[in-house]
Design a protein. Structure first.
Length: 487
């Protein structure tokens, strides 16, 4: 149970859900009436709605504020990493790292293997820069154009693109969702990434096999050599493309595998990119500082290429950072009011074993993603709702964080009114429901999570001392639950 509200003071389920449902109504109005998937202000209004209901229950503002700050504090490491990621993207473009990856990645394209190449290239870029949206909006547009030139249906190309881009986003230590989810579930980043490999790797393997089989039917298509050559020529004219530019990602990946703390690892990768930009691309310190702050602004003479490469900077992360703060604050207010405890009382009855635990977590996350439509609330709310139950049942919270990413991050682009689905559809011009069946990696990963839970594989339990500490904490919390409620 949350330590904010006494067990006896938990509101009834209808009253507990009231502020949540009112906030959802505001979000739905934002999405469907105004046609905007910017949920910041509806979530801010949700904080005020929760405060109103909490005050009716006699909860003081100082208590609400403390609850919000407690949850926001959990996300602060992820927010710092997000800012470092923005700086890293800017310097990696300036250094020629991202252009080099695009240059050689697109060279792998052939008609029969185009879908496989699309999935691999988008996953590689997304892993390198930590953003599925950035990958879809940059390299993805180029790949969509190439696929059209090859005569491959746009829904197949979009499906392969989404599979790769969101796979990379989910597995990258640079990703906002990959840092936020373990933070709210109270586990560490590297344990979270390792846990996700159990579902993501087999899902991606099957997806690549499916794309190879589908692509075989287009092996005789003629490739648009001129378009690819023009893209590669523009990159070569404006950047010095060399293996040296790949040193930053190699260093970052190596430090990540060695489990160095993520913030210094990513910030160090950004600084290394800046050094290479100075030594190899002829930039100066002022230019490096500028792209770290404001991002890289391309001026190649090609509108498509300028859109492709104008990215990055700490300021580019303000949209995500502010949304994360609102989502965390809203969840903290729900905890203060008692919504989390009220829902958990009912969910706990369903979580009686390993499989029911993972199934309930999956359904809860997918339901929040479907109803709320905001990917950050989808990650934060189930994490705060369920992490205590996982500890109580003796399972590692990395299982929960993996399940939330499988059903939150990966299902986001498959829901038409979700932020992910809306963005992909608007960017590629392909309706969500057309490409969703072919985004194999996105919907296979949650299924593997359920399969492993059923078979008892990759669902580790906590060590005995950790379970004893959790049980001791519950006893201590229960013994203090008779204290009078704060006015």
């Amino acid at each position: 149970m949350s330590d904010n509200v006494r067990v006896g003071a938990i509101p009834s389920l209808p009253m507990a859900l009231a502020p949540l449902l009112l906030t959802v109504a505001l979000l739905m109005t934002q999405f469907f009436v105004f046609g905007d998937f910017t949920p910041h202000i509806p979530l801010a209004c949700g904080i005020l709605i929760c405060a109103f209901f909490a005050r009716l229950r006699g909860i003081a503002w100082t208590r609400m504020e403390a609850s919000m700050l407690k949850v926001i504090k959990l996300g602060l490491p992820a927010i710092l990493i997000l800012l470092a990621v923005g700086m890293l993207i800017g310097t990696w473009i300036l250094a020629g790292t991202v252009p080099t990856l695009i240059y050689y990645g697109i060279n792998l394209v052939s008609p029969g293997w185009f879908l496989v190449a699309t999935c691999l290239i988008s996953s590689l870029i997304s892993l390198a820069v930590g953003t599925s949206w950035g990958t879809v909006g940059t390299v993805g547009l180029a790949l969509m154009g190439i696929g059209h030139g090859l005569g491959i249906p746009v829904y197949l190309t979009a499906g392969a693109l989404v599979s790769g881009a969101f796979f990379g986003d989910k597995m990258s230590p640079l990703s906002d969702t990959t840092n936020l989810t373990p933070a709210v579930c109270e586990t560490d980043l590297w344990t979270h990434i390792k846990s996700m490999m159990a579902t993501t790797v087999p899902a991606m393997t099957l997806a690549l096999l499916a794309y190879a089989w589908l692509g075989a039917g287009y092996a005789d298509q003629l490739i648009d050599v001129g378009g690819i050559d023009a893209l590669r020529r523009t990159l070569a004219e404006h950047f010095t493309l060399s293996w040296i530019t790949l040193i930053p990602p190699v260093v970052v990946i190596s430090l990540s595998m060695a489990r160095f703390p993520p913030f210094p690892t990513i910030f160090g990768g950004a600084a290394l990119g800046g050094v290479i930009a100075i030594l190899l691309q002829g930039s100066d310190v002022q230019a490096v500082f500028d792209v770290m702050q404001n991002g890289y602004v391309a001026d190649t003479g090609s509108a498509a290429m300028d859109t492709l490469l104008s990215k990055g900077g700490a300021m580019s992360m303000t949209w995500v950072v502010t949304l994360t703060l609102f989502a965390l604050g809203f969840t903290g207010m729900l905890e203060a009011y008692g919504t989390i405890d009220a829902i958990m009382l009912h969910l706990a009855k369903l979580m009686r074993g390993r499989f029911s635990m993972v199934l309930t977590s999956s359904v809860t996350t997918a339901s929040v993603g479907t109803v709320v439509g905001d990917v950050y609330t989808t990650l934060v709310l189930p994490g705060r709702l369920l992490h205590g139950q996982y500890k109580q049942m003796g399972y590692r919270t990395s299982v929960l964080s993996r399940t939330i990413e499988d059903n939150g991050t990966l299902l986001s682009p498959l829901i038409p009114w979700n932020m992910g689905g809306s963005f992909v559809a608007a960017t590629t011009g392909v309706p969500t429901l057309l490409y969703a069946p072919f985004a194999f990696a996105c919907w296979l990963s949650p299924l593997f999570g359920l399969l492993w839970a059923l078979l008892g594989r990759f669902v580790p339990r906590e060590s005995a001392p950790a379970r004893q500490a959790t049980q001791a904490g519950r006893v201590s919390s229960s013994s203090g639950s008779t204290a009078p409620a704060e006015a």
